[in-house]
Ligand binder design. Structure first.
Ligand code: WT7
Length: 655
């Protein structure tokens, strides 16, 4: 893979932090001891890093498990904690956001004092539009500062935001608006992608018109690109008319710790995405604590950069709520990593003196493929800590990341967590942990996670080379930023996460994992019907339903197959209707376009095979395991439960 990488492959298996790093680190080994000694007292202490208008007296109420209440009688305002309190502390002139636009000459610097004004104006504007605590607002925007302002304005008012990734299609947006019965959509006229402006407002129009869009009263539009937009009088409003005119005076009201903060839709094992619900006090506590200790941030000096999009949970927790609650300076980048050239990320690191860089393994592999000479042309010496998230990072990419980005000096934190966990759960502490490339290591102080077998027995430590048995990754104790439910569907919440180990009362994460020789955790990936494409979660069922939505398709089965670049890639097997036959070639392209339209271009299958039949068990269940074998070119596993084992000859012939 790394054809440009001429260094001899390293065999080093464990990387301890340097003494210099350890000496200055926010977190020491004492953090584990404190949490171990009294878990709830530990979390109370972390919660008290925040400003509470009404202090809490109770830490955890687990009596209504699996719905937890953390710090329930306390009250606080999230936006006050992320913005106002830094200004009150005298840090209003500190840069909150160095915003770097996609076109090369676009950038903005926003201080905490300016952010406070912007958030206050937006909160006043939303109030004027009739929004009150408990309402839902959909945010469908590229990575512009107004997106962050919009999220914070919602949080300030106790209004739930539901951020929908701007790469999602109109129909995906519609489904999310309808499920949450959102009253307002905040969007932009268009977005830049590789230097070209493309409409975003068109998709909003399509999403809010007709069935499913009835709840929407207004569409608030930030002018980003200046391209033409359709306009519905009375419904559509320009941000610059409504927000810019509003007052910068706004007094935040404190909300109950368990007041909902946001919904974030994520793929499950069915075609219908789940609205994961997070609440106020516990979410902010753990987001802020993990950001401070895992990324070792020094608000006075660090320049932090998380390359995620706010459309995903990483953007919520480690661009908005974690960094801002800690009052750090960060870079927010609007565009694609390799546009206009492959140098873009390195130029940004160099220009802004980025000290902490948090990205996904798929991007590390992209850079690896482009070769280390690109990085070598830039001064990356400001970097002192690197992070990884979204999927297991292969040891080769881990070492390359450390060598090329980190001069073989910087610690790497490989952070395991999920939309549902709200913030990081398993990760090294950079000044404490001797890390093994490819392992997220151990649960953070205050967090408990175990790997168990089918019956819930804890597995024994294994080897570092993977021969040992794997099991289920479970979270056996509640944590502050845990999801509180699935919007409108308490049954699905229980069924999805709490039924596998109902007897023990454990949360099942959906991941397989094994222990290494020192008891550290090696996450192996999803074991349910959820795929991980470049760190994006997409369910097989969603893609299947998009495919069968096409009039020419009779049946479809989708599996994730290993892919060097993207971790997994989507492989689809379809049976065409008789009426669609004769044009299999054209159909494949048409179907890929259909999936992009129904879900998002990121969900486009890498390959679609037109087959005469699908392998099924006697009960009619599609044998995905076997399709994965086919997609990955392996010998077939056990086919004895198939109705008709010969279908594979036909499938292989068609492949
Ligand atoms: C799934 C959660 C966490 C924010 C981004 C994705 C996989 C995530 C790691 C990691 C191995 C990882 C898991 C998890 N995953 N981080 N460091 N090592 N696997 O959030 O869309 O909710 O996906 O991503 O499979 O269950 P998400």
């Amino acid at each position: 893979m790394a054809q440009n990488d001429t260094a001899a492959p390293s065999t080093q298996t464990s990387y301890a932090p340097s003494t210099a790093f350890a000496e200055q680190a926010n977190a020491t080994a004492a953090l584990y001891d404190e949490a171990e000694a009294d878990r709830l007292a530990f979390w109370a202490e972390q919660a008290n890093r925040l400003a509470w208008e009404t202090p809490f007296t109770e830490v955890l109420d687990w009596s209504e498990a699996p719905v937890a209440k953390w710090f329930a009688d306390g009250k606080l305002n999230v936006a006050y904690n992320c913005v106002d309190r830094h200004v009150e502390a005298g840090n209003g002139d500190r840069v909150a956001i160095h915003w770097v636009g996609e076109p090369v000459d676009h950038h903005r610097t926003i201080t905490y004092a300016e952010l406070k004004d912007e958030v206050s104006k937006a909160a006043n504007a939303l109030t004027d539009l009739g929004l009150v605590a408990g309402d839902r607002v959909a945010i469908y925007m590229p990575m512009v500062p107004e997106a962050i302002v919009a999220m914070l304005a919602c949080a300030r008012l106790g209004v739930l935001h539901s951020v929908v990734f701007a790469g999602f299609s109109a129909s995906a947006l519609k489904a999310r608006i309808a499920d949450a019965e959102a009253k307002l959509v905040i969007t932009t006229d268009g977005q830049y992608r590789r230097g070209k402006a493309a409409s975003l407002k068109d998709a909003v129009d399509e999403a809010v018109e007709g069935d499913g869009g009835q709840s929407i009263q207004h569409v608030l539009v930030v002018k980003r690109t200046g391209i033409d937009v359709g306009w519905t009088k009375g419904r559509d409003l320009w941000w610059h008319d409504v927000v810019d005119a509003a007052s910068t005076e706004h007094t935040p009201k404190a909300f109950d710790a368990e007041h909902p903060l946001f919904l974030l839709y994520t793929s499950g094992t069915t075609g219908k995405p789940k609205g994961i619900m997070h609440t106020t006090g516990g979410y902010l506590t753990q987001s802020s604590y993990t950001h401070f200790n895992v990324f070792d941030v020094k608000p006075e000096t660090d320049v932090y950069w998380c390359t995620a999009d706010i459309g995903w949970v990483t953007g919520h927790t480690y661009i908005v709520y974690g960094p801002l609650s800690n009052g750090v300076t960060q870079v927010v980048y609007e565009g694609t990593p390799t546009s206009p050239t492959e140098h873009r990320h390195f130029e940004i690191i160099e220009k802004y003196g980025v000290t902490i860089y948090y990205t996904a393994p798929t991007l590390v592999r992209t850079f690896m493929k482009l070769g280390r000479q690109i990085a070598a042309e830039h001064d990356l010496s400001s970097l002192r800590l690197l992070g990884s998230v979204g999927e297991p990072i292969n040891p080769e990419a881990w070492r390359w990341y450390r060598t090329v980005f980190g001069a073989d000096q910087t610690p790497i934190v490989d952070t395991w967590w999920q939309t549902e966990t709200g913030s990081i759960m398993i990760s090294p502490l950079p000044g404490v942990t001797a890390t093994k490339p490819g392992s997220a290591m151990t649960p953070l102080p205050g967090i408990s996670a175990v790997i168990v077998d089918d019956d819930g027995n804890r597995l024994e430590p294994g080897t570092d080379h993977g021969e040992q048995v794997s099991g289920y990754l479970v979270l056996d104790k509640p944590w502050p930023s845990m999801l509180r439910g699935i919007w409108g569907d308490p049954e699905r919440f229980k069924e999805t996460y709490w039924s596998r180990f109902a007897e023990q009362g454990w949360y099942f994460a959906g991941d397989g994992a094994r222990y290494g020789s020192d008891g550290e955790i090696w996450v192996l990936g999803r074991i349910d019907d959820v795929m991980n494409i470049s760190g994006h979660r997409i369910s097989t069922a969603e893609v299947e339903s998009a495919l069968v939505g096409h009039s020419g398709v009779a049946e479809a089965a989708v599996v994730g197959a290993t892919d060097e670049q993207t971790g997994q890639a989507i492989c689809a097997f379809v049976i065409l209707k008789a009426s669609a036959q004769g044009g299999a070639e054209n159909m494949v392209e048409e179907l890929r376009a259909e999936v992009a339209k129904e879900i998002s271009p990121i969900a486009k299958p890498r390959e679609i095979h037109v087959v005469p039949e699908l392998p099924k068990t006697r009960s009619g269940k599609i044998m995905r395991r076997l399709l994965r074998d086919v997609a990955e070119g392996r010998e077939l596993g056990d086919t004895s439960t198939l109705v008709d084992p010969s279908v594979f000859e036909a499938i292989r012939a068609g492949k």
